[in-house]
Structure formats: C-alpha cells, structure tokens
Design a protein around this ligand. Structure first.
Ligand code: CDP
Length: 798
C-alpha cells in the first residue's frame, strides 16, 4: 500500500530574530530534567573522597584499615594504587601534569588524598571520614608575589629541576611560564614620549564559577562488552572521550561519554577532575557502575577557580586625551598545577584583547604564571579565556586616565574608539577585529540612561555632600575559539560539527558537538534550521552531549557555540538545501537552474504560484527521489571559522553610596549589547541578565580568599555569596546590531559579554562617586566594609 501524503504545509517557521520560548524549559520547569544525580544504574556503588586539611604537607602514612571495616565499604584507593595503573598523575589542558590523588605530599587545602567506594553514599562518606592520614606540615606560599622569592618553599618537587616547561623557560621552581605579546621597545619609547602617563595596579581576585549543580561522574565499565560508558557533567564530551582513550588506552569506539542535562557550567565543567578519574578507575577495577557527586565544599575548594590576575598597567596619552601606548605586566596565580583551560597556544588565554575598543598604536603585555598552595584552575569562567581580566583592566584604566586628564570618561572613550571604517582592524597585540560600531552603541546607552542629566544631578548632590557615581564600560569581546590555524586543545583543532536529518514528514533531528548547560541551544539551533530550511521549529528536535550520536566538536564554553556550531548548523542546512533544490526541480518538472529559494519555499523563477515547500521536498526525498539522486535528506558539516567574532557592548551604571554604612546601591544599569545578528532576542536577554548578575557578584560580593596558612575562606555559600533576587539590581537591556561579516548568519557570541563587560562599570561607578575624595581605585569585591574604610580614611563622617 502506498504511503498517504500527509499535510505538508509547515506552520511554525520561527527563524532568526524570533523571541520564542525555550523548548527545553518545558522539562526543566516541571522537574523532569535528567541531571547526573538523577541517573541510577543497577548495582551502582558510590564514591567519596578524603581531603587534606593542610595546604602544604608531606604525607607520612595513610591507614585505610578502619575505613575498610565499615559495613558497605568495598575498597579504598590511594595514589599508590593509581600508580600501578599509570594514573597517579594526569596531563592538564595547559601542558602541565597534576596528581589525581596526593602523591607523597599535598599542595593545597582540600586536595584529594584517597577515594572510598561503598554500597551507599552514606557508607562511602563514613569510610572517607575513617581514613587516617598522617601529615607533616610544610611552609606555605599563598601570595603569588612571594612564590618566586629565592627562599620560597619549593612546591612542585616533581619538576623542581626542569628549567623549561610547556610554554618556555622557567626561572624558579615555582615559576610556570612567562608569555609576552607586542613590541616592548616601541611601546616603552611611545610611553616615554607621551604627554600624560598613568600607572595603576589592580587585582582581579580569585573567583569561582559555582554552578548550582556541582560536578559529578558515573563510570560504568561493562566487563561483558568491554565498553566504558561515562556519564559526566562535562561541557566538552568529545574532547573528554578522546583524552580518556589516550590516557586509558581503551579504544575510542569502546568509550561513550554522555553529558546529561547540566545545571550550569560557566567553565567549571571543562577540566578533568580527580573525582572523575577515580569514579572511572573504581568502575573498571570493581566491575560495577560508580557514582561520584561532589559536595558544595568540594566544588568551591578543589575544582577550577577563575581569575586571580594581579595586573599593572601603564597608559600614555596626549594632553587632549588620545591614547598612544599601553604596557601591561600581570602575575597569574595558577595554584598548585597549571590546569588552566586555555587553547594550547595561549597560556594566558586571549588576554591580549586588553587594548579593548580603543585605537592603541603601540602595546605590549607580559604575563607570568606561578605556583602557589591553592587549588589549580584558571578556567574561563563565563569568559573567552582571560578576556574578563583584560576587559576589566582596560575599562578601569580608561577611567583612571579620564580622571587624570579631568575629562569626562564618555568623552575620552568617544575620542579613542576604533572607527567603523577601520574594520577589519588589526590590533597592536595581533588580533583582527571583524566588525563593530562602538560609538553608536555607547550613544544608545548614554541616551537611554540620560547621561547628561545624571552628571548634572551628580554635581548637585556632590555640592550637598551626597555620594553618587556613574560608571561606563565600553568593552570588546573576542569569542568563537576557534579557527584551526591558531586554536587547538591538546592538539585537537577547535572546529565544531552539526548534523541534520530531515525526516520524510518534514520534521528533523539536529545534533551538534556543543553541549549546552542552560544557554538554550535546543531552541536556537532549531531556529537556525527553521530559518534556513523553512521547517516548523516545533518539529525540530536538538540533541547534544552523547559521543555515540553527536558529531565531533569541542563543546560549549567561552561563548563559542554560536560562532562555531551555530555556523556549522547554518552551513549544514544550506548543504541540505542544495540537495533539496534538485528534488524540488524534479517535483516542479523544471531544470535546477529554474528553481529559486524565495520566502522559505522553492519556486519556479518568476512564477510565484508554482512552488513546493521543504516538507514536500522531504517527503519526496524518501518516496519519489529524482532518478540517479541518492535518496534521503541529511548531512553533517564541520565548520572551521575563518576568524573569531568580536561582540561589544556599552554598559552604564549609576550608584548611590550611603556615607554612614558604606553601602553601595546600584540605582540603574543600562546594558546595550551588540552580538551581531540575534537568533533569539529573549534568550539573548536572559543571557545578559544572568551574566550581569554574575558580574555584579564579582564586583561586590565574591572572592575565593585564603589565610596565611592556605586555609580556604570561602568554602560554602555562607562565605562565598551568590546574589539572590534581593541583592540583584533591575537590569535595563537593549542592543545594536553589527553583523559579523564572516559568520554564516552574521552572529557573534553573547553568553559571556555581560560578565566580561559589567565588573568595570560597577567599579567605575563606585570610584566615580568617591573620586573627589582622592580615590583612584578600589579592588573587587567592593564590600560595604571596604567602602566604609575608604570613607573613614577620607575623613568623611556619616
Ligand atoms: O557558547 P555559549 O552557548 O555559552 O554562548 P553563545 O554562543 O553566546 O550562546 C548563548 C545563547 O544565546 C545560545 O542559545 C545562542 O544561540 C544565543 N544567541 C543568540 O540568540 N544570538 C546571538 N547572536 C548569540 C547567541
């Protein structure tokens, strides 16, 4: 019996620019997400880790006998057991190596020392508490400036005699690398000749992505088939599978990595952590699935931190405010192992975007990385690899320069912006900015907030002794890592893949090598396909995160998904459209050259009444393909972007400060973003709200701090504060659109723009409120106490 032709009229084509609701939210809102801890396998064991109370200590003895007596405890492993499997140390993404379990000594407080496997989560925790470890404390290095002192204790005894590492020469056992870019001599000459020079030291404190769902893993080795399935909270499942295969020597086809729904990643779920390795090893050794889900404290104390950049900048300018040169020195505190998650060629990430939106003719930046007794990391927390630090540095410094020149900070920026006709713009530090219109975006933001009236109000208030400040940040981002000529991680090029399968009835399944953690890809990828193929958006299902089915890709972080997988998706759809055109010509009984794609349909050129929809074409691809044409309608496209994308934004913040308490109230915050073509304005607005909230938290609330003994002072959410609806200001958002000239749909990434751009706006506003008291800079987090002390030392009484 012939198949009946269904109704093939597509209804809900919802392409670019449509603010449709997120498809994935239906399951999240009703509590039907499938997160790692929702997965329970038959016979599954649980794992708990033993952590070090010391920041630096020799391990004299580990006694597991009491732990093994606890009912339900199956096994305890230490570094010695891992050594037998060649897994006591693993390579890091940054070319260093790190201990899985403490091998002879511990290098930071809370470091993992042993893993306990048991039948229940409780028994595993009891077992971990019963492991007796004898330590001999060693001197501790917390301050990165003291790490390379001649008498500093040697932290990494394993490489103390290696005077060269993955990124060049090392000048001290605690020195990791020195990286530089730009011309030092020319920059110093230009600075010496500048009429005005400012210098500023500033710290971007250690922070933590603190995703609401902590990290976790289930290792499931099936001894019968020899197949290892790993469920893991990872933002990059394919890369993890490849690394697992290389490290364990299990053939890659026998490893399946599944990244289920993820409750926030923000860069924290990119690296490989000891807990993951121990869960997998446990499963291989014990022949049962092993689940490990970390606690909040484990997440905050042991997994990838962010920032910890100690920066010195010098800027030269003319008296009338044209910048001439910039020189930067940064000391990067990497903790005990260099486990930063950066593309291989860029040990300091994309920090060389620090010339920002301004036309600096000369620039030079040097970054030195050192080891300290802190947890490793340096992850790209909602940031395209050190771009947040760079953006904060330049945007804060432009305000310092404006104060020095007694110029309005908006006027200084307008005077120095790279102009639209200068794109593609080669920056002094080596990037080619694709496009931007900084002046337009700033003017929209200033207009929206009523800048000139606010300046008048500020002057009146200042005369009355009241404290009000206005802060601007006109940042440039650099996202979409990246073009394979420059970007790889452990040698794997950073392209991304997309696969589209159109079914006979005009529905489709779409897969990508990315893995969303709340960004809305299930909606936006479907919108790109709906736009390109004229299919009903509700009939397009998007899958990510399973290495058995998804095309290869390097995952989701650093706002790279839209610039990479988004491009792959559009080009995959266009490839399908090429084949579909042949089928359309067959159906319309004309030659292929007589068919054109108009209004999301194929029509005979010049004959609008003679057309077929993609749904009709899809049906024909399976029921009536043209003779000689391969049936079916599906393809895979790997997209290697020609350049990164350079989104930008103009943020303006207004604060009022209470003289008595030092409390800073963010009265208004206007954020105008430009991420090129917008796929879904509602999703972009959501991304901006979330990112601004995280920027606010860094500016005012959060720091991973340590005492002199290396004790971690922010190991839970009562010490490391997350903003709730009560603290979070009301955001006012908007956008300008400067499409990327090289991206298939003109889109640039946006996920992290607000986190990158906002901290400087907050800090600039606070400093602006206090500038007339002689205040030039305050380091984040700007707590009430810090402001109170600044006010008291300036002689201000309530
Ligand atoms: O890599 P990640 O998904 O974190 O960042 P992104 O590429 O900036 O995308 C974040 C979300 O915003 C995704 O759902 C994008 O498709 C969406 N987006 C958009 O709708 N329009 C843009 N121009 C950029 C991103």
């Amino acid at each position: 019996m012939a198949v009946q032709t269904p109704n093939l009229e597509p209804k809900g084509i919802q392409g670019l620019g449509k603010a449709i609701k997120r498809k994935e939210d239906a399951r999240f809102i009703v509590g039907k997400g499938n997160y790692l801890d929702d997965i329970n396998l038959p016979g599954m064991l649980y794992m708990a880790l033993v952590h070090s109370p010391y920041a630096h200590a020799k391990i004299l003895n580990i006694d597991t006998s009491e732990a093994l007596k606890i009912p339900g405890v199956k096994a305890v492993i230490t570094a010695k057991d891992l050594a037998a499997a060649g897994l006591s140390w693993i390579p890091t993404l940054a070319g260093d190596k790190q201990m899985v379990l403490a091998d002879g000594k511990v290098l930071y407080q809370h470091q993992e020392v042993a893993a306990v496997y048991a039948e229940t989560r409780q028994a595993a925790a009891d077992g971990a508490a019963a492991v007796q470890v004898e330590y001999e404390p060693l001197p501790v290095v917390v301050d990165p400036y003291k790490a390379t002192a001649p008498d500093a204790p040697v932290l990494r005894e394993d490489i103390k005699d290696q005077m060269s590492g993955a990124h060049g020469p090392r000048r001290h056992p605690n020195h990791i690398w020195t990286w530089e870019v730009g011309s030092k001599d020319e920059t110093e000459k230009a600075l010496a000749q500048s009429e005005v020079r400012i210098k500023q030291h500033m710290v971007y404190p250690r922070s933590h992505p603190a995703p609401l769902e902590p990290c976790g893993c289930i290792g499931d080795m099936n001894r019968a088939t020899g197949r290892l399935t790993v469920y893991m909270t990872t933002q990059a499942p394919h890369a993890i599978r490849t690394v697992l295969s290389l490290v364990t020597k299990i053939p890659e086809n026998n490893i399946r990595v599944i990244s289920p729904d993820i409750g926030g990643g923000f860069g924290n779920k990119v690296p490989v952590y000891p807990g993951y390795v121990c869960a997998i090893v446990g499963s291989i050794v014990l022949g049962a699935p092993v689940k490990w889900v970390e606690t909040r404290t484990e997440n905050l104390t042991t997994t990838g931190f962010a920032r910890d950049f100690h920066m010195d900048i010098e800027i030269g300018a003319t008296k009338d405010g044209r910048v001439t040169a910039m020189k930067v020195y940064t000391l990067a505190d990497h903790g005990a192992f260099d486990a930063a998650a950066d593309p291989s060629k860029y040990p300091a990430g994309l920090f060389s975007i620090c010339t920002g939106s301004y036309d600096f003719q000369k620039a030079y930046a040097q970054v030195e990385a050192v080891y300290t007794n802190k947890a490793p990391g340096g992850v790209a927390y909602r940031c395209s690899f050190r771009v947040t630090e760079a953006s904060y540095l330049i945007e804060r410094s432009m305000d310092v320069l404006a104060h020095e020149l007694k110029m309005d900070p908006a006027e200084l920026r307008l005077k120095n912006f790279i102009q639209p006709h200068q794109f593609p713009y080669p920056s002094a530090l080596g990037w080619t900015y694709d496009s931007g219109d900084y002046e337009k975006t700033l003017k929209v933001a200033l207009e929206r907030i009523g800048y000139h009236e606010l300046r008048k109000e500020q002057a009146e208030k200042r005369a009355r002794g009241e404290l009000m400040g206005i802060g601007i940040s006109t940042f440039t981002e650099i996202v979409g890592a990246g073009p394979s000529k420059d970007f790889d991680i452990l040698g794997i090029k950073m392209f991304d893949g997309a696969e589209i399968r159109v079914h006979p009835t005009g529905s489709a399944i779409v897969r990508a090598g990315t893995r969303h953690q709340g960004q809305g890809h299930e909606t936006t990828w479907a919108q790109i396909v709906s736009e390109e193929l004229g299919l009903d958006v509700d009939k397009i299902i998007v899958e990510e995160g399973d290495t058995d089915t998804a095309p290869y890709g390097l995952g989701t972080y650093a706002s790279r998904s839209t610039p990479t997988a988004g491009g792959a998706m559009a080009l995959a759809a266009r490839r399908i459209r090429e084949k579909a055109k042949k089928i359309a010509a067959h159906l319309l009984e004309v030659g292929e050259n007589d068919v054109e794609w108009v209004d999301k349909k194929f029509q005979v050129k010049g004959v609008p009444g003679k057309s077929v929809t993609m749904n009709e074409v899809a049906f024909a691809a399976y029921t009536n393909p043209p003779p000689g044409l391969e049936p079916g309608l599906e393809t895979t496209y790997y997209y290697d972007p020609p350049n990164l994308t350079f989104p930008h934004g103009a943020y303006v913040c207004v604060v009022d400060i209470d003289k008595g308490t030092g409390e800073v109230k963010v009265r208004r915050f206007v954020a105008i973003d430009d991420c090129g073509t917008i796929i879904n304005p509602m999703i972009v607005e959501g991304q901006v709200h979330g990112g601004l909230t995280e920027g606010f938290a860094m500016a005012f609330m959060q720091e991973i701090a340590f005492d002199e003994q290396g004790n971690h002072l922010a190991s839970n959410f009562t010490d490391y504060l997350l903003p709730t609806a009560l603290e979070t200001p009301k955001w006012e958002t908007g956008h300008t659109v400067t499409p990327s000239p090289h991206h298939p749909i003109g889109a640039k990434g946006v996920g992290e723009s607000p986190t990158v751009g906002s901290p400087a706006a907050f800090v600039n506003a606070v400093v602006d409120a206090l500038a007339h008291l002689g205040v030039r800079h305050i380091d984040m987090p700007i707590t009430r106490e810090k402001v109170w002390r600044v006010l008291r030392s300036a002689g201000i009484d309530a």
